[in-house]
Design a protein around this ligand. Structure first.
Ligand code: PLP
Length: 385
């Protein structure tokens, strides 16, 4: 198919416009399965969506109140500097406001980082499989993507863990950015303090390391460091966080980045699309931060369900590793796609990665039970491993 778009202008003249080659090569956006559509299709009342790592709790009460209040002012532009939110984040994390950049979801901050630090001929390194956004960032920025395969976290296990030595060896003088997703999406494994600090000490000073901690609030292993602690004293490190997961604001689109060096945060702020953290998102994020105790309690409940689901799957012979996030990873290999399809036939939407495995988000206890029942039914028909 020709990538050139053809049309006819009002004056009758042919127009031929051509997207950049890098954009032509991008995959077309493929929306996830919608639970209402699936339920209708298979004739059930309700389908369960465990595909996007949201939390299943409704928005926090304080968030709903803040949204109602802010709604009355949405004829105005939002605060382009997100001053109140930035101040609240600075107070919460003990950093200066100058070290912070807010963005329309952490994904937009990823894009801003790529725009701020990549030039044609540079490279961007990350583990693979990891967050799906990373290869796209490189492509759009015209940078080379250096993908370093995951390695088994335990001998004989599936390749599910960062290879920090491999990542370090793959970095060269063109590498401007390295993403370390900790815990890793979609495998749920995390790198620990010692190896991470050794890695950060060895990375060239000209390479910016982005610790993507979208799931930090679900980490329970004390050996997995808080990125903000290991960032201290390392001006080439930033920590990326989001309100979409633990804080329950996925639908509002707001994330933030904290940089050791304020100049890094400033560079990211310069590529901000004006007003892209909207007024409701800012108000909601401030209210969520003020409700941290409730958020912590919710995270503990998610962790309890994560551990229950992990144990239940292991009892069924599935080699599930400990997850530090709000999802579990089922390394099903070649059985992945057939299993995910069969689960959808039983009204459960998961996130398959063909040939590798299925990521299952932790839902409510009832949703997780629906998943386990579907698994048991599907297991009889789809051979696993
Ligand atoms: C979900 C996620 C994000 C951020 O999501 P936003 O909704 O854009 O804030 C960032 N990194 C990883 C690894 C994620 O899984």
């Amino acid at each position: 198919m020709s990538a050139t778009l053809r049309g006819r202008q009002a004056g009758g003249r042919d127009v031929v416009v051509t997207p950049r080659a890098a954009v032509q090569a991008l995959p077309a956006y493929k929306p996830g399965r919608n639970p209402a559509d699936l339920a209708r299709e298979i004739g059930v009342d309700r389908a369960v969506k465990l595909a996007s790592n949201e939390v299943a709790f409704p928005p926090l009460p304080a968030v709903v109140r803040a949204l109602a209040e802010a709604a009355g002012e949405t004829n105005r532009y939002p605060d382009n500097g997100a001053v109140v939110l930035t101040r609240a984040l600075a107070d919460r994390y003990g950093v200066a406001p100058e070290q912070i950049a807010t963005g329309g979801g952490a994904v937009m901050l990823c894009q801003q980082l790529a725009q701020s630090f990549s030039d044609p001929g540079t490279s961007l390194a990350f583990a693979w499989r990891s967050f799906e956004m990373y290869p796209l960032l490189a492509q759009v920025a015209g940078a080379r993507a250096i993908q370093v395969p995951l390695v088994p976290g335990r001998p004989g296990g599936p390749a599910d863990t960062h290879d920090l030595d491999g990542l370090l060896a793959a970095i060269d003088e063109t590498t401007r950015l390295v993403f370390v997703c900790n815990p890793n999406n979609p495998t749920g494994t995390a790198v620990r303090r010692g190896p991470l600090e050794a890695f950060l000490d060895a990375v060239p000073a000209e390479t910016l390391v982005v610790l993507d901690e979208a799931y930090r609030e679900f980490v329970t292993d004390p050996d997995v460091p808080d990125g903000l602690e290991v960032m201290r004293g390392r001006p080439n490190v930033v920590v990326l966080r989001t309100f979409s997961k633990a804080w329950g604001l996925a639908g509002l689109r707001v994330g933030y980045l904290i940089a050791e060096d304020p100049a890094v945060a400033e560079a990211v702020r310069k590529t901000f699309v004006p007003f892209s953290v909207n007024m409701l998102a800012q108000a909601a994020a401030v209210a969520a931060l003020a409700s941290e105790d409730e958020v912590r309690a919710r995270c503990a409940a998610v962790v309890g369900e994560r551990d229950r689901l992990t144990a239940a799957l292991r009892e069924r012979g599935v080699p599930v590793e400990d997850s530090q996030a709000n999802f579990v990873w089922l390394p099903l290999g070649e059985a992945t796609v057939a299993t995910a399809q069969a689960l959808e036939g039983r009204a459960v939407i998961t996130r398959p990665f063909a040939g590798e495995g299925i990521r299952v988000s932790i839902g409510t206890p009832e949703e997780n039970d629906v998943f386990l029942a579907a698994w048991d039914a599907v297991r009889a028909t789809v051979p696993v491993r």
